[in-house]
Design a protein around this ligand. Structure first.
Ligand code: GDP
Length: 302
């Protein structure tokens, strides 16, 4: 399946991001803990060169904790401070405040040595759409709802929010766009809901999720839907238009889920659209359990 990113606006988003980055000492990059590589922007390392860096593995409440630990270690080894979090919890704000202070320690020491005050550490939040930037800004500002300027091109005037006495946060998040060179990136972003569902084939996506789960998280579908996951039936099927590489077992599982949930069309036949939406919704809301879609690359010679 071909996945499309929002067309246009990218040059403008990049320019706004570059302008904002100039104003801050620390860039807090929010990524989705379930797919940190897919939800990162490949240009951020260059754009944020020379700045303090923090990566937040956000929505960690939905991700596999063991895999999240691997990602934390991976980023730390690569010299970037990293924490996992659920943006909606108070403890996350405390952890981030501490981490920001630590990242700024060295810089503050230099400023103190020059007789400058150290009260004005400035930071910004950046990330691709839907990773939780506004939720973080709300949590950090203690406000019920931040103004959302989540479209590239919407300017909010660059206000600073005081986060305790520790740092000041730009109230406008930097909008990034993902690198879409790998098909897996598109799939992961579609699965985690970072792409408008109208732009994708829901049934194909659900089949990809089933295939992934059968392989990486065996038992999850059986536990949730009471279906038999073992693939007995290996004959090919021609009653659905599918990618040739979709496994017959994944299709059979989809049939069984529909049957279990009685998702039938009015005139008879399986309602694949409804089944696919229910499955994706269960995955996205964590009802299938804590699941990660990708692991960090393993270094050779390890
Ligand atoms: P933005 O587009 O990056 O500003 O993302 P939002 O802050 O609007 O968040 C997108 C969705 O993710 C919202 O429904 C949030 O409630 C949800 N969300 C944000 N952070 C978390 C988190 O840590 N865990 C969970 N489960 N949901 C989150």
């Amino acid at each position: 399946m071909k996945y499309q990113w929002y067309p246009g606006h990218m040059a403008k988003a990049r320019r706004m991001m570059e302008e904002s980055i100039r104003l801050v000492d620390v860039v807090i990059e929010i990524v989705d803990a379930r797919c940190p590589a897919s939800s990162r922007n490949p240009d951020i390392d260059r754009m944020a060169a020379g700045k303090g860096r923090i990566i937040i593995l956000n929505k960690a409440d939905l991700a596999d904790p063991d895999v999240t630990d691997l990602w934390s270690a991976y980023f730390r080894v690569n010299g970037i401070a990293c924490m996992s979090a659920d943006a909606r919890r108070r403890i996350s704000v405390r952890n981030l405040t501490q981490m920001t202070a630590k990242v700024c320690e060295e810089r503050n020491a230099r400023r103190r040595a020059k007789g400058m005050n150290t009260d004005h550490v400035r930071a910004m939040i950046a990330g691709i759409p839907n990773v939780g930037k506004s939720t973080w800004i709300n949590s950090l500002s203690g406000r019920a709802s931040a103004k959302t300027g989540n479209k590239p091109g919407v300017t909010r005037g660059g206000q600073w929010i005081a986060v305790g006495t520790s740092f000041e946060l730009l109230d406008t998040p930097g909008i990034l766009w993902p690198g879409m060179d790998r098909e897996q990136t598109g799939r992961n972003l579609a699965l985690t809901g970072s792409m408008r569902d109208e732009a994708i084939n829901i049934e194909e996506l659900a089949l990809e999720l089933i295939s992934f789960l059968l392989d990486a998280y065996p038992g999850v579908l059986a536990a949730r839907y009471g279906i038999d996951e073992s693939g007995q039936e290996e004959e090919t099927r021609d009653d659905m238009i599918l990618r040739p590489d979709t496994s017959p077992n994944a299709i059979r599982c989809m049939d069984d889920i529909s049957a279990r949930r009685a998702f039938m069309k009015k005139g008879g036949g399986i309602d694949y659209d409804r089944t696919a939406r229910a499955l994706l919704d269960d995955f996205r809301s964590g009802r299938l359990g804590r699941i990660s879609l990708e692991k960090p690359p393993v270094k050779e010679n390890q």
